[in-house]
Structure formats: structure tokens, C-alpha cells
Design a protein around this ligand. Structure first.
Ligand SMILES: Cc1cc2nc3c(=O)[nH]c(=O)nc-3n(C[C@H](O)[C@H](O)[C@H](O)COP(=O)(O)OP(=O)(O)OC[C@H]3O[C@@H](n4cnc5c(N)ncnc54)[C@H](O)[C@@H]3O)c2cc1C
Length: 494
């Protein structure tokens, strides 16, 4: 007998979960409030230009390979490895640093500012690698039935790693390196988690190992949205029906189970079991009406920074820039401590620039360029009015022009700016938080909203704000963990 699963959300976690469930013989249907699949992994098209809307690279590519092998299909997209990984520019410093994977080459970049770099980075990466391999299968890729099982599992992590839970990533940098630039560059992974190195525990230095040694960073040939197109094609082959512009806002309970969800138009969506790919914390509060996730309690949680994103279609090619570039300043500590709470002016922000048509020439008409700029900003709790977003974008574009010697403003043919209010509205990102719940130690593992509902037996969650965490590979792992739970509790039907 077949069982039907309704997946609410077509983000990467939703698509991956749907694909895994079809492999187990489930009939799957999907709904999403947005007009096309992908969630944050989406595509923007304007005036002949294309833009990856949010993610521009990923690590742990083998998690995608695992998904594809699990589902017994051919890889529907092609990875393109980034090496060098990215470039970093500091204000007032004429040179920029290219982050190579090859340690000898990388050491050349820092030879003037960090004596003994090769020895120092090798030691640092070795320790980060041990941490990664000692926690990957014990903590990251595990379902926890309750807090106790999580805490018990933690006791299996070698005790030598324990101190790293209690001091910050920045402190880890101070222990290993001397120069300001090197410390800043290798603590940028804190920002990839949507926080700052000062409030990210040192355990996350394991990400330095995944980027530099274990795997690296990847883009996808033809653009990041090829991931979504590829997965959707596979889902179509399995007769998975997708319904867009459908926002779920109510549910009906019967005998300890969800019997149906309802959308804003009052349409009923029923199934035997339900997987929520919307934010696992705010959905519990806003749709399920759970006290533990009331607005007040959600606001007290730690959320990742919100995005201000700028998409520029330029009338010519950009000169002298690499694909992935960070533009930073020298007031790193002050900036990091103030940015969350909006107590710093946004006219001189830190930002990331991705020249998208360098990887993917099809993203811009011949001789032209697609450029994406991401500036992490305070979420809507701390700055609710974004009427100044166009002016902030102007300031960033001017700054970028001055620092690169290329007049981005003059060569802009088309431009889109998306602020946290718009990000919140597009995908129901709580308070516009870009990466969902932060990864403080009291918000990971057994402390993170579970992928299994606390009350209703046939309700599950997948995605960035449930286990294990945010970022593309993590959401793929999330789809595996929730599928493991579902098949354990409802059986594999194939
Ligand atoms: C600007 C930005 C840049 C990023 N860059 C990177 C990067 O370079 N590399 C990387 O690995 N990660 C990056 N990330 C993080 C990454 O995008 C996310 O971790 C990942 O895409 C989350 O996927 P998801 O499936 O959990 O959620 P989502 O992609 O948010 O999907 C959830 C879906 O649910 C839908 N939905 C929500 N509520 C409802 C409802 N009530 N009813 C119906 N549908 C609903 C939404 O419309 C959405 O489509 C970035 C994120 C942002 C915002």
C-alpha cells in the first residue's frame, strides 16, 4: 500500500527529502509559497542577465554525491572546483590575498606578514581535521531522540576537543597566528555560518579544514540553479507534483496526527505524513501555534545575519577581479561587535562580490557581466525600516569602484536590490535572517529544533533551522536524517 507525503517548501532540503522519499516508494507532492522551486537557492533574471540569488558556492560536495547515489540516479549537474578559493581585500591595503588550497602557494601570499605561515597553518589544519573526523559521524550526521541522547553522544567526542566549545573562533586564530590579516581571513568561516568569529565557538574551525583540505569549494557548471533544475527533473520522472504560490498557514489535527494543512486561500492539503521545509523554528510558532516558539521566544533566539543583496548587470566585463572576493576593513572587531545590533553606520560595510558570469558566461549577454554583491546586515529585530536600502547599495557600489578602480556605477545597465524585508517576504525567513537559526552551542544538535515534531506523530522538518544546520551540504544531510526517521517510523515502501 502506498503512502503520500506532502513536503511544504521546495528549498534544497525539501527537494532532496522528496527525492529520497520517492526512492522509498512514497508518493510525494510539494507546495511552496514562492513562484518557482529552490527556496534561497534560486535564480533571478532581468533584462537578459541571470543571477544566482543567494548561494554562490558550497563545500562538502560529497554530500550531493551521497544524495545522488542514495537515490540511484545519474548526477544531474556538474561541479566546478574553485581554486584559488577566493580573494580578500582590506581597505587601505593596495594588495589583495588569494586563498589557494595549495599550502606552499598560500604561504607565498602571507610571506611578508606571517613568518612561519606554512608551519602554523599545517598545525592549525591538522587540529581542525582531527576535530572534523572526530565529530562528523558522532554529532553532525546523527538523529537525536532527546537531549539526553545528544549529551551522551557528545561524550564520545575525544575530550581533547572540549575546550574549543568554550572559546571563540577568534581566540583560536589568536592562538595560531600573529598577523591581523591572517586571523581575519581564516575566521571568515564564522560569517559563512551567519555569525561573527567573536561569537562562533572555536569548534567551527573544522570548516577551515573542509574548505582547505578535505574538499574545497565548488560552483556548478551553468550556474547554481542547475542543482535545482536537475533535482526537479528527477522529481518529475517520479511523478512528484509541485504547486507554487501556495502558502500554508493552518493545520487540522486528529488523534495525535496532522490530518491536513490549509493554505492562505483555504485549500486543503492532505497526506499520510508531512515534511516541513519552511523554517523549523518559526513554522512551529507561526503555523503550529507552539508556546515554545512564540514570537517573544523566537526573538530571544540567536539568528544569523540578514542579507542585503545587490544584482548588477554591467555593460562590459570587469577587469582585474577574481570570481569570489571579500572586501573588508581594518575595524574588524568593532564592526563584528556592532553589526548584529545595528549600532554601526552601514555606509562603510563589509561585503562579498561574486562576478557570476566569469564562471558562467551564459549569465550575461556577450561582452557584459553579471555581478552579485552580498552585504550581511542586522535582521528586522534591530533594523525594521529598509527604505534606505538603495542608498546603502549606492555606497557599497561606490566603495567597490574606488577600491577596484572599475566604475561599477557608470557601467550598470540593470540593477536589483533585495533587503531583509523582501527576503523575509519571499521565503518566510524569520526577521529576514539569511541562514536561519545561528549555531551557538545551545542551538545545535539536541538543542536545535528537532526534525521530528514534539506532539504530532506524522509531522517532520527538514532544512537549515533543524539538524544539523545551515548551508547547502548541511541541508542535504538534513534530508538524509529526516528520511531515516520517516522510514524508521513509517517504513520503507519499496
Ligand atoms: C544571501 C545568502 C547567501 C547564501 N550563500 C550560501 C553559499 O554560498 N553557500 C551555501 O552553502 N549556503 C549559502 N546560503 C545558505 C543556503 O542558502 C541555505 O542554508 C539553504 O539554501 C537553505 O535551504 P532550505 O531548504 O533549508 O530552506 P529554503 O531554501 O529557505 O527553502 C524553504 C522553502 O519553503 C518555502 N516556505 C516557507 N514557508 C512556507 C509556507 N508557510 N508555505 C509554503 N512554503 C513555504 C519557502 O518559500 C522556500 O522555498 C546563503 C543564504 C543566503 C540568504
Amino acid at each position: 500500500m502506498t503512502k503520500k507525503a506532502l513536503v511544504i517548501g521546495t528549498g534544497l532540503a525539501g527537494l532532496s527529502t522528496a527525492l529520497r522519499l520517492t526512492k522509498h516508494g512514497y508518493e510525494v507532492e510539494m507546495v511552496d509559497k514562492y513562484h518557482q522551486p529552490g527556496g534561497r537557492l534560486n535564480l533571478l533574471e532581468k533584462d537578459g542577465f541571470k543571477f544566482d540569488m543567494a548561494p554562490t558556492f558550497f563545500s562538502m560536495s560529497y554530500e550531493f554525491t551521497e544524495l545522488i547515489n542514495y537515490c540511484g540516479i545519474e548526477m544531474p549537474f556538474e561541479f566546478v572546483e574553485l581554486d584559488p578559493l577566493y580573494s580578500v581585500h582590506f581597505e587601505g591595503d593596495k594588495r589583495s590575498y588569494l586563498i589557494h588550497k595549495n599550502i606552499q602557494k598560500l604561504a607565498q601570499e602571507f610571506k611578508d606578514i606571517e613568518p612561519g605561515f606554512e608551519r602554523k597553518i599545517s598545525k592549525f589544519l591538522e587540529s581542525a581535521g582531527q576535530l572534523f573526523h572526530d565529530t562528523e559521524n558522532i554529532v553532525i550526521k546523527q538523529n537525536f531522540d532527546n537531549l539526553l541522547s545528544y549529551l551522551l553522544q557528545l561524550t564520545r567526542v575525544p575530550v581533547k576537543h572540549a575546550p574549543k566549545m568554550f572559546y571563540s573562533m577568534w581566540r583560536e586564530m589568536e592562538k595560531n597566528f600573529d598577523s591581523f590579516e591572517v586571523k581575519v581571513i581564516f575566521s571568515l568561516v564564522g560569517f559563512f555560518l551567519g555569525a561573527t568569529p567573536f561569537d562562533t565557538p572555536a569548534v567551527y574551525s573544522l570548516l577551515n579544514y573542509t574548505e582547505m583540505v578535505h574538499d574545497g569549494y565548488y560552483n556548478v557548471r551553468g550556474g547554481m540553479y542547475k542543482i535545482v533544475e536537475g533535482l526537479v527533473k528527477e522529481l518529475e520522472k517520479k511523478n512528484v507534483k509541485m504547486n507554487f504560490k501556495v502558502e500554508i498557514n493552518q493545520y487540522l489535527e486528529r488523534n495525535g496526527q496532522v490530518s491536513a494543512f490549509f493554505d492562505k486561500q483555504g485549500n486543503k492539503w492532505d497526506a499520510d505524513l508531512f515534511v516541513v521545509n519552511a523554517d523549523a523554528a518559526s513554522f512551529r510558532g507561526q503555523v503550529m501555534g507552539r508556546d515554545a516558539y512564540s514570537e517573544k521566544k523566537l526573538d530571544r533566539k540567536k539568528w544569523t545575519l540578514a542579507p542585503l543583496t545587490i544584482y548588477l548587470g554591467l555593460d562590459r566585463k570587469v577587469e582585474n577581479m577574481y570570481h569570489h572576493n571579500y572586501f573588508l576593513r581594518k575595524n574588524f572587531k568593532e564592526y563584528a561587535s556592532k553589526i548584529f545590533k545595528n549600532t554601526i553606520k552601514l555606509d562603510k560595510p563589509y561585503y562579498y562580490v561574486n562576478i557570476q558570469s566569469m564562471h558562467n558566461p551564459n549569465y550575461a549577454p556577450g561582452g557584459k557581466e553579471s555581478v552579485f554583491i552580498l552585504c550581511p546586515v542586522p535582521d528586522l529585530r534591530y533594523k525594521s525600516d529598509w527604505n534606505d536600502s538603495e542608498q546603502i547599495a549606492d555606497a557599497i557600489i561606490k566603495d567597490l569602484g574606488e577600491r577596484t578602480g572599475f566604475d561599477f556605477a557608470k557601467h550598470t545597465e540593470t540593477r536589483v536590490v533585495l533587503n531583509p524585508t523582501e527576503w523575509e517576504q519571499m521565503f518566510n525567513l524569520y526577521r529576514g535572517s539569511g541562514l536561519g537559526l545561528a549555531h551557538d552551542l545551545n542551538q545545535v544538535g539536541g538543542f536545535r529544533p528537532s526534525n521530528k515534531d514534539e506532539k504530532l506523530r506524522n509531522l517532520y522538518y527538514t532544512g537549515a533551522s533543524t539538524v544539523p544546520g545551515t548551508g547547502l551540504p548541511m541541508t542535504v544531510i538534513s534530508s538524509r536524517l529526516v528520511t531515516e526517521r520517516i522510514t524508521r517510523e513509517h517504513g520503507s515502501l519499496s
